[in-house]
Design a protein around this ligand. Structure first.
Ligand SMILES: [Mg+2]
Length: 287
């Protein structure tokens, strides 16, 4: 029996909660992208703002995550780099995996990599563009080398690849029932990941939320550790400001795993979330 067929009903539900949690975080953040902390307050799904999109519209983060989901589901949970790349190109060239049939948000490194077929590997190319789409790998038993290879489709520097490995491992441990408070002190890494083990004691002032992959990883784990439910956690990640949609997506996926989407707030968000049929089609691929 294949891996995907072996995913039981409970795990399917948690996979779905993770992917929809990611999409909710993305869509909540889209109207506020680039805004400085303290200049706005996100409390619910709203529209327009930075990208002038209707409420509930998700961006590149969700598009590339569900493009990954579709490939994994089709391939019984195994990682096929060429197939994932093909899906990313369907998004980039043909604007598949989008709510309205067009791409309104894309990172520079991702655009360059998909245009040239080669990702940048210098240390200045460590935006959060691979971290934002890596969560589906937590629902496979893929190796760290495979996680690194999926990152390297667009983000080939070691910092980006390591951030993806750390994040997938944290997601797997949360899925196994470990608490974020137990996980954080065990995240013992050298610079630039040396602050992860201390996130539980850090204050919001110490947390940055720009486009650097290390900031996004720290911000999402910090929000998870310092809040108590799906609503608080995801809204906190948006309200950090700057790269709101990606911090929201990276945090929202984990919050979906930890809390599920049964709360009134999550249900309200799901009602407004657009393109649910596109997300669902990817989750159901290969069935
Ligand atoms: Mg985005």
């Amino acid at each position: 029996m294949t891996k995907a067929k072996m995913m039981n009903e409970e795990m399917k539900k948690r996979y779905s909660d993770a992917v929809y949690g990611l999409a909710i975080g993305d869509a909540l953040g889209v109207p506020y992208e680039f805004k400085a902390r303290g200049t706005f307050r996100c409390a619910e799904m709203t529209g327009y703002g930075t990208h002038n999109q209707p409420a509930g519209t998700w961006s590149d983060d969700t598009s590339m995550a569900i493009a990954t989901v579709e490939s994994l589901q089709k391939n019984n949970g195994s990682v096929d780099i060429d197939d994932i790349t093909k899906n990313f190109l369907k998004w980039f060239d043909w604007e598949d995996f989008t709510v309205d049939g067009y791409v309104f948000d894309i990172g520079n490194a991702t655009a360059t990599a998909l245009r040239t077929g080669r990702s940048e590997t210098d240390r200045y190319s460590n935006g959060n563009g691979s971290l934002m789409r890596i969560l589906p790998l937590a629902f496979t038993d893929c190796t760290d080398d495979e996680i690194r290879a999926v990152s390297a489709i667009t983000h080939g520097h070691d910092i980006s690849k390591t951030a993806c490995v750390i994040y997938v491992h944290v997601a797997r441990r949360l899925l196994a029932g470990e608490s974020i408070h137990d996980i954080l002190p065990t995240l013992q890494y050298d610079e630039p990941f040396d602050r992860l083990c201390r996130l539980d004691e850090m204050t919001e002032d110490e947390i940055r939320s720009g486009g650097y992959v290390v900031e996004t990883l720290e911000a999402s784990l910090w929000c998870l550790a310092h809040n108590r439910d799906f609503r608080e956690t995801v809204l906190a990640s948006i309200n950090l400001g700057k790269d709101t949609d990606t911090t929201g997506a990276v945090c929202g996926g984990l919050a979906g795993i930890v809390y599920g989407l049964e709360s009134d707030f999550a249900k309200d968000c799901l009602k407004v979330l657009r393109g649910k049929e596109i997300i669902q089609k990817c989750l159901d691929a290969g069935e």
